[in-house]
Design a protein around this ligand. Sequence first.
Ligand code: F6P
Length: 565
Amino acid sequence: MDSSNGRLQQPTKRLTETDAWQALGERHAVLAATSLNQLFADDPRRFERMSLSAGGLVLDYSKNRLDGTTLSLLTALAAERGVDTARDAMFAGRPINNTERRAVLHTALRQSAGVRHDANGVDVMPDVLAVRARMLDFAEAVRDGRWTGHAGDAITDVVNIGIGGSDLGPCMACEALAGRRRGRLTIHFVSNVDGEQLAAVLDRVEARRTLFVVASKTFTTLETMTNAASARAWFLAHGGQAADIAKHFVAVSSNAARVREFGIDEANMFGFWDWVGGRYSMWSSVGLPIALAIGAEGFRALLDGAARMDRHFVEAPLAANMPVILASIGLWYRAFFGTASVCVVPYAQALARLPAYLQQLEMESNGKSVSCDGRQVGVATCPVVWGEPGTNAQHSFFQLLHQGSDPIPVDFIMPLEVGHGLPGHQRLLLANCIAQSKALMVGKSEAEVRAELSTAGLAGEALELLVPHRVFAGNRPSNTLVLPDLSPASLGALIALYEHKVFVQGVLWGVNSFDQWGVELGKQLAGRIAAELDGGAVGPHDASTRGLLDLARSGLARASSRGAS
Ligand code: F6P
């Protein structure tokens, strides 16, 4: 730790210069020539050795192309890269987000009374607890009808207007916990500046019974501000008066001045702090839609689930630490097997938005090639994260997972108990999840295919035609994360697990996981181009941009002559 400014000192050795990295390279040569089937045959206790419980979740990482020696080397790498020091610095509120000189303390948002959490030497907990209490009281008042619209009607619809971290977390969690939702509230999410999304929601709601939550950390984001302004105009055009806005618009933000400027009273604002990154903010007042959906008790259970995983991350040794293991396995494939993407397949329709949520969490955090000290990282960093729920995904892209040219590691997410009560479904869902990870691993050999086809009565040319197409190479790795259920506590633990995995990978690669400068250039250019589409002077552009601008202008002109925009 650099004691002069509290920031984290970067390791002097580059990642590829560490002893563990060199040894991992040698280990890879051995493991690349060893099949998963062989690893299981060699060790009947592989599942016991390579599975782990934490925060109520079980991680089975036995179906990965590694062995005990590899795991020890990965642990040594984590130690050499200072993962434990960095973790302690994060929890201690040091300004580890070095380019923005900010602490990173989303973990404090999961804590309850009686603990201290400092950001730059100041205890943040009194503020955290006060805002949480106010936010949860408000949510309960809306839920039980004490908070009404301007005409005295109970609120029936909540429209969350936000994007990125101010949308994906609450949207994912509300969908994931829909089975727990009680009461009359329908929660809608509007994020895209494409007016179709807002228009479709406005078509379905009544102004006098609708509450708009405008969620934006900065309160300057183009999409959110545009949607919020349109929602306000719609509200005023549908029976609301300016004085009624206070009953129908609340803000979630860390920028009080901008909230006031927009016309929302600070009394209707739920704050959070610069030490909460947008993609780490669902535990703050950004989680208001979640509290509105599942109530204060459910929201507290979500926080408690995450806090359990935090404790595990802080207390477990690196070798038995779930986030460290997940992160290390990810790095192992990315660095030594050259895998460029990771697929996340939740076997729960309610987790349909989880891949999108993880895309922001992982790719906005670690999609970087410059390390904290300004040097090039020098190795491949964050893979592309993608996925869809099973079993639907089995009928779309699983062909590629099984027989495509590039092996892609998969994270299977498997909640055990669900609440829908329809007999038979869950058994089939679980069977499919388990079957897919097994099929990816064991594959099907040519000999097996031949035997199967001849049993089915095929021979000669007909058999030969099919054989190569029906062989599965197997040896394709996966993790399976087992959740006892889809409760707020399990979801909290799952999301905290991925947050910490991302943190550990950031430390291993040496990048700052908490800034996102890569989104700025496009934003700046969009602002300029919007002005040009508005009739402003057109700047010097390349031929493609000029051509597209011309097409866009003529499209807008046609729409405007039809009165369509
Ligand atoms: O453009 C990226 C980003 O800054 C994300 O990091 C953030 O979650 C999102 O935009 C929304 O930002 P805000 O909450 O300030 O509107």
